[in-house]
Design a protein around this ligand. Structure first.
Ligand SMILES: *[C@@H]1O[C@H](CO)[C@@H](O)[C@H](O)[C@H]1NC(C)=O
Ligand SMILES: *[C@@H]1O[C@H](CO)[C@@H](O)[C@H](O)[C@H]1NC(C)=O
Ligand SMILES: *[C@@H]1O[C@H](CO)[C@@H](O)[C@H](O)[C@H]1NC(C)=O
Ligand SMILES: *[C@@H]1O[C@H](CO)[C@@H](O)[C@H](O)[C@H]1NC(C)=O
Ligand SMILES: *[C@@H]1O[C@H](CO)[C@@H](O)[C@H](O)[C@H]1NC(C)=O
Ligand SMILES: *[C@@H]1O[C@H](CO)[C@@H](O)[C@H](O)[C@H]1NC(C)=O
Ligand SMILES: *[C@@H]1O[C@H](CO)[C@@H](O)[C@H](O)[C@H]1NC(C)=O
Ligand SMILES: *[C@@H]1O[C@H](CO)[C@@H](O)[C@H](O)[C@H]1NC(C)=O
Ligand SMILES: *[C@@H]1O[C@H](CO)[C@@H](O)[C@H](O)[C@H]1NC(C)=O
Ligand SMILES: [Cu+2]
Length: 554
């Protein structure tokens, strides 16, 4: 873009309360940065030297242009998590799915327009485990003239929850993969980049949120952790949940937020006490008890005028396996489903699919145990291609993927019964093809292969409605009777309960190639991924745009 135009746009944006800002321009330098905030002084990879990275602010309908400049030794891509990318799949970001990586020294302008969504989303690297430190918030304000459908808060605050490793994470993951072992767990959790004053990982006191008595704060909470579902709470306060994954929900009060990696939650904090300091915590959830300490990241809500000597009111940290707490939170989520924001749940279904989810074990000649973990949808462990799937789809390049992904398990069995003897999986780059505007019901069924686990599954390119869930095996005769087709929550990432299932529905109204994967990186990296290919409809308005000229090549 010409520099005079840039200046003009920036000026317009400065007065965005008067003039609606149509174009948002950002520059992301991906760089090595020294940090002393958490635990160690090792260099980390950041955007613009910040951890968490910069917040992108936009309005619904804005065109967002982010020039990403790769100044590090690693290949980089950035994903705009939850942005629907209507016809602009080239800007979605997952490496080898919608683009080749931005190689060291190269740059790429992500160009997308935010349509028909508003709220909190986020962005993160979508290659290797770089997203551990390369992530930030994406705040979408509603269009002018469309106020929030709840009382406006006095202030808004981004709260990013993450995981921290003391050692170099890219080195750790590549050596673990080479010899087929599970990469070591993180050393700490963080709230806005700091772990809080915990003994095992010193960081300068932790994040502090200053509040004034009587005021309302909207917390835009993001779970950017790599491998942990989290509980979030503030001592002495209830929170009112008003939105998840940039869709409005029927407001409800809770003292504990449950949030999986990939999800976002807007919660109103009423500073309804006169004074004091209150602990904010982020602590892990794991349905199956595991022998790991419940370490929590801590921060503080600090009422103005409170002496620093006043002691902090502590929060009860939920036990790691507090499944009822997680379930109660999830069960409270319902779409707002108002006249202005109707829940457009597909009622007629064109594709009725069931994907099993689980972990298996495959032989591996170079691995120390002679085997490695593999993860799958329907027994297929995803193998990344050498060129991007969207490229192959757009240019009809054969030999990159097949479109024969099984819509249902090839060999049905009792998924949550006794563990099968054969733990092998198939490998492949298989996609599931959908006609433009066709409708899908997808049952995501956990299995007990190796161990049942809660998997947060994320779909790119389209939101879905969570119409049902249950424990054990999905029963196609009885379970649909209990589906909520009126006001189910709409989102982009859903936790599949450990040893159970969820049912989602969506309309394939966005042409392109859309990745679907577990948002636990330890599962993603061993193949818990697949993609839908949504064909073009009629004419340019229902077709993938041509690729931008600066799209990286492999
Ligand atoms: C980071 O710190 C190391 C050691 O103090 C120093 O050699 C290096 O130049 C620093 N890097 C940056 C990018 O500031
Ligand atoms: C962004 O994409 C739109 C739609 O393809 C295009 O019209 C516009 O020129 C692009 N902007 C830039 C700066 O390339
Ligand atoms: C939070 O909500 C619960 C349930 O409605 C209520 O029992 C509790 O007193 C509330 N706590 C605060 C601090 O408002
Ligand atoms: C790919 O194939 C489709 C369907 O046959 C055709 O409409 C399209 O023009 C082809 N695209 C290219 C780039 O050749
Ligand atoms: C599946 O296995 C579980 C656990 O052994 C058992 O309770 C259940 O009845 C089995 N379901 C079917 C359909 O056989
Ligand atoms: C998965 O695929 C492997 C390899 O083809 C096969 O041996 C195994 O039986 C399959 N498992 C299931 C549950 O279908
Ligand atoms: C998609 O299908 C629905 C239901 O048949 C229809 O109402 C809608 O107009 C279609 N959308 C497009 C873009 O064709
Ligand atoms: C395509 O979409 C644009 C913008 O929404 C609209 O103005 C135009 O009429 C549409 N064209 C067709 C052929 O539907
Ligand atoms: C980056 O990606 C390119 C294209 O796939 C590949 O050839 C290259 O080896 C990768 N470089 C690094 C540093 O991983
Ligand atoms: Cu994901």
């Amino acid at each position: 873009m010409a520099s005079w135009l840039r200046v003009l746009v920036i000026l317009a944006c400065l007065f965005s309360s008067l003039v609606e800002c149509k174009i948002r321009i950002y520059k992301f330098n991906v760089m090595e940065t020294n940090t002393t905030r958490v635990c160690t002084t090792k260099p980390i990879i950041t955007v613009n030297g910040l951890f968490p990275g910069p917040t992108i602010f936009a309005n619904e309908d804005d065109n967002v242009l982010v020039k990403v400049v790769n100044q590090v030794q690693y290949n980089v891509t950035i994903h705009w998590h939850g942005i629907k990318q209507i016809r602009s799949g080239w800007a979605d970001g997952p490496a080898f799915v919608t683009q080749c990586p931005i190689q060291p020294g190269q740059s790429y302008v992500y160009n997308f327009t935010i349509m028909d969504q508003r709220g909190t989303l986020w962005w993160h690297a979508h290659i290797g485990w770089l997203r551990a430190t390369v992530h930030g918030a994406l705040v979408i304000q509603p269009k002018v003239g469309f106020p929030y459908p709840f009382p406006s808060p006095d202030n808004e605050v981004v709260i990013i929850l993450a995981e921290w490793w003391k050692s170099d994470i890219e080195a750790l993951i590549s050596s673990a993969m080479k010899i087929g072992i599970v990469p070591q767990a993180s050393d700490a959790y963080t709230i806005n980049g700091q772990s809080g004053p915990v003994s095992y990982c010193y960081s300068e006191g932790g994040f502090s949120l200053s509040v004034e008595p009587g005021k309302k704060y909207m917390l835009r909470i993001i779970n950017a952790a790599l491998n942990e579902e989290l509980f979030f709470k503030i001592a002495g306060h209830n929170l009112t949940i008003v939105e998840v994954d940039a869709t409005y929900v029927k407001p409800f009060k809770t003292d504990t937020v449950f949030i999986t990696p990939g999800q976002t939650t807007n919660a109103i904090l009423e500073a309804n006490l006169a004074t004091g300091k209150y602990l904010m915590t982020a602590s892990p959830f794991m349905a199956e008890p595991v022998p790991i300490d419940t370490l929590a990241a801590t921060a503080t809500v600090h009422y103005s005028g409170t002496e620093s000597s006043v002691s902090t009111t502590l929060a009860d940290i939920p036990p790691r396996n507090a499944t009822p707490l997680a379930t109660a939170f999830v069960n409270s989520l319902k779409s707002l489903n108002s006249e202005k924001y109707p829940a457009k749940v597909p009622l007629k279904i064109d594709h009725s699919l069931l994907f099993t989810i689980g972990l298996g074990i495959n032989p591996c000649a170079n691995c120390i145990h002679g085997t490695r973990l593999a993860a799958y949808f329907n027994n297929v462990s995803f193998i990344a291609p050498k060129i991007a799937l969207l490229n192959a789809h757009f240019f009809n390049t054969s030999g990159v993927f097949t479109d024969d992904f099984p819509g249902n398990p090839i060999i049905p069995y009792n998924y949550t019964g006794i563990q099968p003897k054969n733990l092998r999986t198939m490998e492949g780059t298989r996609l599931y093809r959908l006609a433009f505007n066709s409708t899908v019901q997808l049952i995501l069924q956990d299995t007990v292969m190796i161990t049942p686990e809660n998997h947060p599954i994320h779909l790119h390119g389209m939101n879905f409605f969570v119409v049902g869930k249950g424990l054990g095996n999905f029963d196609p005769e009885k379970d649909p009777d209990n589906f909520n087709l009126v006001d189910p929550v709409e989102r982009n990432t859903v936790g599949v309960p450990s040893g159970g299932w969820v049912a989602i529905r969506f309309r394939a109204d966005n042409p392109g190639v859309w990745f679907m994967h577990c948002h636990l990186e330890s599962h993603t990296i061993v193949g818990l991924e697949m993609a839908f290919v949504v064909d073009n409809g009629q004419g340019p308005n229902q077709s993938v745009q041509p690729p931008p000229t600066d799209l990286p090549s492999c």
